[in-house]
Design a protein around this ligand. Structure first.
Ligand code: G4F
Length: 306
């Protein structure tokens, strides 16, 4: 089911239905028609910075939307047949109480997005306990791939660095270079979502790599991939990244990308997922950068306007 209306394709191995997380009756109709055995609730306004501008909408879709979907399952009388996956998030840890973060770490959300997801997290647990539903929270740390939206930091970096390598662009503008994330590959994380729903008993799990890297390191590794070394000069909003050997400015800080409240450091401990269903990530940080850079160079070569 999609958050926004999209096409309805006949004859494909999947079918897309029009749907909207703010419209209960359409959720009921789709579930009644499809009678699914598994539902993965990945629908969200998922951009943290945008959630400060669209705070009420984000609460509607990410928070109350989760409730609507759970209620739609009950309205269709399918609460004993459907297994439900909720895309919970490491953003719940926000201003972290401990490092690394695990399933027992207290939450301290730092954005309207994280506050909405906190409601989603708890309503899933409440419906699991109240109605004996098979409902799991996957507390996924950042997961990236060449399909990542272009306004998230990893993809913004790999797209721009790919354009710089092809001389289609000169400089990359970013916000906070020092924030640290536990970045994994989306392919590994989707497998973990599915594995959660194959368990005998529903539960909540952290999915993470157990490694953390700064935005600055992601930039450095992306430039390394195209054979350029970045040297940092200055500090704060005046910091720049210059290309070693040529002194061409390649990275600038633009405060418009700062958030009113930031999440400085995320690092997950996925040992529960490992011990309960044997999940470990296959793709490490450098291979993730490589995969995204390779795909974006190919994309920009074939379509410089992309
Ligand atoms: O890539 P980001 O926008 O991802 P963020 O905020 O960590 O959220 C993503 O991961 C969460 C899982 O933990 C999901 F729940 C959520 O839906 C989303 O998928 O930003 C990562 C970091 C932030 O600290 C941000 O301030 O990068 C910093 N950053 C620095 N410059 C930037 C930029 N982020 C963006 N989007 N754009 C910049 O220019």
């Amino acid at each position: 089911m999609y958050q926004n209306p999209s096409t309805h394709q006949e004859g494909a191995s999947f079918k897309l239905h029009y749907g909207d997380m703010t419209d209960s009756s359409c959720l009921v109709k789709i579930i009644a028609q499809v009678r699914p055995t598994e539902i993965y609730n990945l629908a969200a306004q998922s951009h943290v910075k945008i959630s400060f501008d669209l705070s009420e909408y984000t609460a509607e879709v990410d928070g109350v939307g989760t409730l609507r979907l759970l209620d739609a399952i009950r309205t269709c009388g399918l609460e004993k047949q459907v297994k439900f996956y909720q895309a919970s998030t490491s953003e719940l840890y926000g201003k972290v109480a401990e490092t690394p973060q695990n399933e027992k770490t207290p939450f301290y959300p730092r954005s309207p997005y994280a506050c909405a997801k906190m409601y989603g997290f708890w309503i899933v647990i409440n419906y699991r306990e109240a109605y004996d539903m098979f409902a799991c929270n996957g507390i996924l740390f950042n997961h990236e791939s060449p399909r990542r939206g272009e306004n998230f930091v990893t993809r913004k970096i790999t797209r721009t660095v790919a354009k710089i390598s092809l001389k289609q662009q000169e400089v990359l503008e970013l916000g906070n270079l020092d924030s640290k994330r536990d970045w994994g590959h989306a392919r590994d994380y989707v497998e973990a979502m599915w594995m959660m729903l194959q368990l005998e008993k529903p539960d909540d799990f952290v999915i993470a790599t157990g490694e953390t890297h700064s935005v600055r390191e992601f930039v450095e590794e992306s430039f390394k991939f195209i054979g350029k070394t970045i040297e940092w000069r200055g500090s704060g909003v005046d910091e720049i990244g210059v290309e070693k050997g040529t002194d061409v400015v390649r990275v600038k800080v633009n405060p418009k990308y700062f958030r009113p409240t930031e999440v400085d450091l995320l690092l997950g401990d996925a040992s529960k997922a490992k011990s309960v269903f044997g999940w470990t990530p296959k793709v490490g940080f450098l291979d993730l950068v490589k995969d995204m850079m390779t795909a974006d160079i190919e994309l920009m070569k074939n379509n410089p306007r992309a």
